[in-house]
Design a protein around this ligand. Structure first.
Ligand code: ADP
Ligand code: TYD
Length: 214
């Protein structure tokens, strides 16, 4: 089992594709760095050399490229490498780690979208990951607007976006349900506002969390 250091703070951003997670993760990292905090901005799938190689297998290609079970294994393989190589060493030296997506994405994309697979998602998480972020922001917004933002980027990494608006609506409901189940860890942020208003809320909540910890 992985040992999470007692030091450092682990924050994650979650939400549907195009909701503005990456924008907000970057803004928070910049604000904390400007305040002199050792801050690591990372992402999933990816965030380490091995996990970035696995990312390419996951986000490119046809939607039916992997069976659902194989896909869950690949996300967990990437996450384990990311934790071993990037997240845990940074926490050990006392850094704030901000990850654009983490295990909640697997619960929602692989678990909630295909309900029968949630037990497999949870069992694998317990076996090979076994840790949660300290605080998670779900950037919540209308699925159709988020989808049009995401596809407009034309990144070539649209395997999940290509699954369509109904799928994104199911995902949105899945993230909101996770927040309802874990209110002590997961905060929902209204993502349908201008970027600066969202960033201000996220920074205030992060500072409140850090002050409570200090
Ligand atoms: P995600 O990481 O959730 O997929 P991004 O942060 O990459 O989302 O944002 C998707 C697109 O929407 C980008 O082009 C970004 O500039 C734009 N965007 C992000 N936040 C906002 C916002 N609050 N209002 C309008 N556009 C936004
Ligand atoms: P990401 O690069 O965050 O996409 P976006 O910026 O469009 O939100 O993530 C790539 C895709 O991988 C995204 O569609 C969500 C999906 N994903 C899962 O299905 N399960 C997971 O565990 C993770 C981390 C991501």
């Amino acid at each position: 089992m992985l040992k999470r250091p007692d030091t450092g703070i682990f924050l994650t951003f979650e939400g549907i594709d195009g909701s503005g997670k990456s924008t907000q993760a970057r803004a928070l990292a910049a604000a904390l760095q400007a305040g002199g905090r050792d801050t690591v901005l990372t992402r999933e799938p990816g965030g380490s050399t091995g996990a970035e190689a696995i990312r390419a297998l996951l986000v490119e290609g046809a939607a039916d490229r992997w069976s659902p079970e194989t896909e869950i294994l690949l996300f967990n393989a990437a996450r384990r490498d990311h934790l071993e190589k990037t997240v845990l060493p940074a926490l050990a030296r006392g850094a704030v780690v901000i990850s654009d997506r983490f295990a909640d994405s697997t619960r929602v994309y692989q678990g909630a979208a295909r309900a029968s697979l949630r037990p497999l998602v949870d069992q694998l998480h317990d076996l090979v990951i076994g840790m949660e972020p300290d605080l998670t922001f779900v950037i919540d917004m209308d699925a159709k607007i988020a989808l049009s933002r995401g596809l407009a980027r034309n990144s070539g990494e649209d395997r999940f976006e290509d699954m369509g608006a109904t799928f994104q609506q199911t995902l949105r409901a899945g993230f909101l349900e996770l927040a309802r189940m874990s209110p002590e860890r997961v905060q929902v942020v209204d993502g349908a506002r201008d970027m600066a208003a969202i960033s201000a809320d996220v920074l205030a909540a992060t500072r409140a969390f850090m002050d409570a910890r200090a």
